[in-house]
Design a protein around this ligand. Structure first.
Ligand code: NAI
Ligand code: SF4
Length: 441
């Protein structure tokens, strides 16, 4: 059984409310942290080895240590709750059921970073959650954990919840900051990173909801103890939102030592694939990461089991591996069509492109049109190479990672399922009515 740090109290009735959360020891980590210096907290976060849980996996302690501290300039913590990656819904779960875990994490983090005004930027589609967060903020304030002179330390903190307008691109940290400033959410060129020039050009740390929530157990058990959970550079626990062709979709907390096979088939997690169907492929880290066929998902090319952690999932690079990403675990059974699936993703990225960069603006639409042609039985064999060529010209040539995110699913689908693309082209009459199934995989 995996160790639970974030979700250990999620089953307790009323845990959403301050009184119950407090009875379970809630805000104890904040009381402990506020007696420490900001530098001591930073050392704990560094020692924990926590890596950003939004998708990039950048070390949180390192990001915090990059925060510029010019004299007289306010600094900010911004929590990225614009969780829009298809297949990803773990932050929603945290905010809906454990809002005080996030607020407590924000209190500790804001104190460490020197932010007196911190923000939660939440995707517009999560329309019912801002009320839950705002109620929790009010409760924390009434109990003296937010507002002026918190616990008599002289530290002040206000937290504001900002609703997004429903654009995927506003989850990219610099687009998010533009949107928070009241502008159109166009990504900025980096560097400068937000840690130097962020919200209103002030030093800003942008962190994912789960990363900030994880600060609470880190302070509870110490960074060194947190680092003992997991394996290698995949320390602590990770929330995985599992969906697709599985018996038990939901949000699971894993300690990153379990195998992918165990995660899919054990009763503790996904509970296997419905109707005894076979596994065809999986996208383990949200739609932006490469799809992997079953044979490379359950084992690496060296025949080692593949584990649910940053290193093992990426083993072999993009040719045979994938990424942990945001932890949006999407399972495809033998009945799923890879061409249709890839086309659906291409349509999504084309729709969500902000249009600033030519390769992304034009390339995502072009890829979608070609994939639609193939899916509709009107494709030519040369279209596969054309698709490959377009995705290569997008990758690495854009302002923000949305371009890469649009290119990688197409590249991985062609790399691993080229035969299926060819089958659609050679069998136009069957293209939409039949499924290539598991042939050759
Ligand atoms: P990134 O690798 O560019 O940056 C990671 C973080 O480290 C950022 O906060 C950045 O500011 C910081 N950083 C990196 N180098 C730095 C330096 N030298 N100095 C100061 N700070 C530095 O990746 P990014 O753009 O933040 O995230 C991309 C990932 O987001 C994708 O891999 C994807 O998995 C994920 N994603 C998640 C979504 C979700 O709904 N959770 C939605 C879309 C994408
Ligand atoms: Fe906009 Fe796409 Fe360029 Fe990102 S890569 S800035 S979404 S056009």
């Amino acid at each position: 059984m995996s160790k639970k740090l974030l979700l250990k109290d999620a089953h307790i009735e009323g845990i959403r409310y301050f009184e119950t959360y407090r009875k379970q020891g809630g805000y104890g980590a904040a009381e402990k942290a506020l007696k420490m210096t900001p530098d001591e907290i930073l050392e704990e976060v560094k020692a924990s080895g926590l890596r950003g849980r939004g998708g990039a996996g950048f070390p949180t302690g390192m990001k915090w240590s990059f925060l510029a501290k010019p004299e007289g300039v306010p600094r900010h913590l911004v929590v990225n709750a614009d969780e829009s990656e298809p297949g990803t819904f773990k932050d929603r779960y945290l905010m809906e059921f454990l809002p005080h875990l996030l607020i407590e994490g924000m209190l500790i983090s804001s104190y460490c970073l020197g932010s007196n005004t911190s923000y939660i930027y939440i995707r517009g589609e999560y329309s019912w959650i801002p009320d839950i967060l705002e109620e929790a903020i009010e409760e924390a304030k009434a109990a003296g954990f937010l507002g002026k002179n918190i616990l008599g330390t002289g530290f002040d903190l206000e937290i504001y919840v900002q609703r997004g307008g429903g654009a995927y691109i506003c989850g990219e940290e610099t687009a998010l900051l533009e949107s928070l400033e009241g502008k159109r959410g166009n990504p900025r060129l980096k560097p400068p990173f937000p840690a130097v020039k962020g919200l209103w050009e002030r030093p800003t740390v942008v962190n994912n909801v789960e990363s900030i929530a994880a600060i609470v157990p880190i302070m509870d058990i110490t960074g060194a103890e947190y680092a003992k959970i997991g394996v290698g550079r995949s320390t602590g626990t990770k929330l995985i939102s599992a969906c697709g062709n599985i018996n038990k979709p939901g949000v699971y907390e894993i300690d990153m030592t379990i195998t992918v096979e165990e995660f899919i088939y054990s009763e503790e997690y996904c509970g296997g694939i419905p109707n005894g169907k076979k596994l065809k492929a999986c996208i383990p880290g949200g739609s932006s990461v490469p799809i992997v066929p079953a044979n490379l998902l359950l084992k690496t090319i060296n025949g080692e089991p593949r584990y649910m952690n940053y290193e093992s999932l990426a083993d072999g690079g993009f040719a045979t591996g994938t990424m942990m990403g945001s932890g949006g675990f999407i399972v495809l059974d033998e009945d799923q069509c890879i061409v249709e699936h890839t086309m659906t993703l291409a349509r999504f990225y084309n729709h969500e492109s902000c249009g600033q960069c030519t390769p992304c603006r034009e390339g995502t639409g072009w890829m979608y049109k070609i994939l639609k042609k193939i899916e509709n039985g009107q494709g030519k064999i040369e279209d596969i190479d054309l698709l490959w060529d377009i995705q290569r010209k997008i990758e690495g040539n854009t302002i923000c990672p949305l371009g890469d995110a649009a290119a990688w699913p197409v590249a991985a689908a062609i790399r691993h399922f080229r035969d299926e693309f060819e089958w659609h082209i050679k069998n136009p009459e069957l293209s939409q009515t039949q499924n290539y199934g598991l042939a050759n995989y």
